[in-house]
Design a protein around this ligand. Structure first.
Ligand SMILES: Nc1nc2c(ncn2[C@@H]2O[C@H](COP(=O)(O)OP(=O)(O)OP(=O)(O)O)[C@@H](O)[C@H]2O)c(=O)[nH]1
Length: 318
């Protein structure tokens, strides 16, 4: 547990992205136009080109770029329809879209804005204008990203905070209710953490919290799953669209991942840091409240603590 490199205190600085980390997708059936744009943007952002509009949506849904530079007139799906499609889907709505086209009459420009465009550039392209428009677009996105990290993330563990739980999860529950699906909630608490702090000090305690958080985060594979630092050494895991079996499976994986860190805690009978967990699965209606689900999972967590810790408990049988 003694790591000489660990000298920083309470907060971990957020690793916010910079312009050079941003991905820009250029969609234009004219190869020369794609080449020109990506050459101008070289060294500013990472550029990829696509010459067909047909597979853009599928590609963006899988791995959304930060910005798309879109031609309007292309064989197959035209840029305006593609923009409508991208902006109407939750998974791609955040991609900024800049149209780049030779036809810049008022009616065409109107169509672009109505489709959800973020900006519009007229051909022939002026290099410095393209660079500045792309930079402006991406910089405001990066600022928003940082702001939402600062608002919704806990600085010590880099997990979501309670504000995220209370503001974002209720909307998700309403969607799950509409789709008549289920949601799993797991509450976890580090065992004998007071003893750990007393034995190794609070800085080591903070580092332990950070490691435990990272190890648990790595176990969650679906983008909609979320871990929240609920209290000091207590975590809430929200698993949308997950049933009883799925919830138990994830719960066991989380327990194992923490134990496998092998962080020594001489104040625990197991001699390593472990977590106890309780879970609850709900088929919510529109009035369901996250607080009530957490309360149920917390009662199961209490039973896990009572039955010796380092284990997972579910609801009591009816
Ligand atoms: N280092 C550190 N410790 C914290 C933080 N937040 C809470 N704690 C400590 O976590 C400990 C929790 O202690 P208890 O609630 O008694 O629980 P426990 O010792 O883990 O015992 P069980 O949960 O019953 O296994 C307290 O000593 C808190 O000071 C934090 O941000 N950093």
């Amino acid at each position: 547990m003694h790591d000489e490199s660990y000298t920083t205190l309470k907060t971990f600085v957020f690793t916010s992205r910079s312009l050079s980390d941003c991905r820009v997708l250029v969609v234009d059936d004219e190869r020369s136009s794609c080449l020109l744009i990506s050459t101008i943007l070289e060294g500013v952002v990472n550029c990829e080109c696509l010459h067909h509009s047909e597979n853009v949506f599928a590609l963006c849904e899988q791995d959304p770029p930060d910005l798309i530079i879109l031609d309007i007139n292309m064989p197959g799906k035209n840029g305006i329809d593609l923009c409508h499609e991208l902006k109407s889907q939750r998974s791609t709505a955040q991609c900024a879209i800049i149209f780049i086209t030779g036809s810049s009459d008022a009616e065409t420009q109107d169509k672009c804005w109505n489709a959800g465009a973020n900006d519009f550039i007229k051909k022939p392209v002026v290099a410095s204008t393209l660079i500045h428009r792309v930079k402006n677009q991406l910089q405001s996105q990066l600022r928003l990203e940082l702001l939402s990290e600062l608002t919704f993330k806990d600085q010590l563990t880099e997990l979501y905070n309670r504000y995220y739980l209370m503001t974002e999860i209720p909307t998700l529950i309403k969607r799950i209710a509409r789709e008549k699906a289920s949601i799993g909630v797991i509450m976890l608490d580090i065992d004998f953490f007071k003893g750990f702090n007393d034995q190794y000090g609070h800085i080591a305690g903070d580092k332990c919290l950070h490691q435990v958080a990272k190890a648990m985060q790595q176990q969650l594979l679906r983008p909609q799953d979320a871990i929240i630092r609920y209290g000091g050494e207590e975590f809430a895991v929200i698993l949308p669209f997950t049933d009883d079996d799925g919830c138990r499976h994830v719960g066991r994986k989380l327990l194992k991942a923490v134990a496998n860190l092998n962080i020594v805690n001489a104040t625990s009978q197991l001699n390593v840091v472990t977590v106890s967990a309780g879970y609850y699965v709900d088929h919510p209606d529109q009035n369901a409240r996250i607080e009530d689900m957490i309360d149920q999972a917390d009662q199961a967590l209490y039973r896990a603590k009572q039955s010796g810790r380092a284990c997972l408990q579910g609801p009591l049988p009816d």
